[in-house]
Design a protein around this ligand. Structure first.
Ligand code: SF4
Length: 280
C-alpha cells in the first residue's frame, strides 16, 4: 500500500502568520485577550488557543476592554470602527492577500465598475469585503446564478481568496457577454490554487482520498468537493479518530491532504492512524 501525502497540506502563510501573532500576544498582552470570531477555521486550533487564554467573542459588543486580534480573513468596517471607538488594543492578523482583495474591490468601485464577487456571501471574508463597499455588489458561487445577473456597462470581478480557479474562470466567461467592459482581478490566493492542483493530482492517482480540516473551513470543504469530483471515495474528517478502517480496506493507494487552517499535529495524527490501520 502506498500513502501519498500532499506537500501543500496544512497551514498557509496567512494562517501561520495569524497563529504566530496570537502566540506572541499571549506573551505581550496576556490579560483580556480576544479574537473576533474564531481566529482561523479550525476548532482544535481555536481550542488550543483558548487553553492559552485567548477567548473567542463573536461580536465586538461583547468585548469591553483589552486586546482584540482580528482574524486572518478580516473583519467588517463596522466592527473595526467599534473596536477603535472602544479603544481596544488591536492586533490585525488579517492576511495581506485578503487585504489585497479588499483593495481591488474598492479600486473597482471607485472607478465606476459594478462589482461581482465570486464566493460565498456568508463567509466572513466576503462579508468583510462587502462592508468596505457601497451599493451595486453581487456575490455568486455558481454559474447558474451568474447567468441570471446583469447586464452591466462596466463590470469588475474579484474572487474570495480560497475560491476554485476553475469556477472563477467559468463565471468570468459567463459575464463576458453581459457587460460592455469587464475588468478582472484574480484575487485567488496562490497557496490555495497550488493546494487544489496538488490535491487533484493526488486524487487521480489513489483509490481513497482523505481530506483533513475544520467542517467550518470553506477552503477544506472546497478541497474535499474538488477531490470528490475525481475520486468519489473522498472523505472529509476533522481529526484522526474519525477515520474509518472500511474507507481504507482493500485500497492500494491512499491520498492525504489538508486545508489551510489544519494544524500539522492533526495531519500527523491522521497520517499515523492511516499507517497503523494499514500496518505500514
Ligand atoms: S488561504 Fe491564502 S488568503 Fe487565506 S489566509 Fe491563507 S494565505 Fe491568506
Amino acid at each position: 500500500m502506498k500513502l501519498l501525502v500532499a506537500k501543500s497540506a496544512g497551514f498557509c502563510f496567512g494562517v501561520k502568520r495569524a497563529m504566530d501573532m496570537a502566540l506572541e500576544a499571549v506573551q505581550s498582552h496576556p490579560k483580556a485577550l480576544y479574537t473576533l470570531g474564531p481566529l482561523i477555521h479550525n476548532p482544535q486550533a481555536v481550542q488550543s488557543l483558548g487553553q492559552l487564554g485567548i477567548q473567542v467573542r463573536n461580536r465586538i459588543e461583547n468585548i469591553s476592554k483589552g486586546t482584540v486580534i482580528l482574524r486572518s480573513h478580516g473583519v467588517s468596517l463596522q466592527e473595526l470602527k467599534e473596536a477603535k471607538e472602544k479603544r481596544l488594543r488591536i492586533i490585525d492578523a488579517t492576511c495581506p492577500i485578503v487585504k489585497r482583495a479588499q483593495l481591488y474591490a474598492k479600486f473597482l468601485q471607485r472607478h465606476g465598475y459594478g462589482l461581482l464577487i465570486v464566493g460565498d456571501a456568508h463567509h466572513p471574508e466576503v462579508e468583510a469585503i462587502r462592508s468596505y463597499l457601497g451599493e451595486g455588489v453581487a456575490v455568486v458561487e455558481d454559474v447558474k446564478k451568474a447567468r441570471r445577473l446583469g447586464p452591466w456597462d462596466k463590470l469588475g470581478i474579484i474572487a474570495q481568496t480560497t475560491q476554485s480557479f476553475a469556477l472563477f474562470k467559468e463565471i468570468v466567461n459567463v459575464t463576458l457577454e453581459k457587460a460592455k467592459e469587464v475588468r478582472v482581478f484574480n484575487t485567488i490566493c496562490r497557496a490555495t490554487t497550488i493546494r487544489q492542483m496538488e490535491a487533484v493530482d493526488i486524487a487521480r492517482k489513489v483509490d481513497s482520498m482523505i481530506v483533513v480540516g475544520g467542517y467550518n473551513s470553506g477552503n477544506t470543504q472546497r478541497l474535499a468537493a474538488i477531490c470528490k469530483e475525481i475520486q468519489p471515495r473522498t472523505y472529509h474528517i476533522e481529526t484522526a479518530h474519525e477515520l474509518r478502517s472500511r474507507w481504507l480496506a482493500g485500497r492500494e493507494r491512499i491520498g492525504l491532504t489538508a486545508g489551510a487552517s489544519t494544524p500539522s499535529w492533526i495531519i500527523k495524527e491522521v497520517e499515523e492512524r492511516i499507517r497503523r490501520l494499514k500496518d505500514l
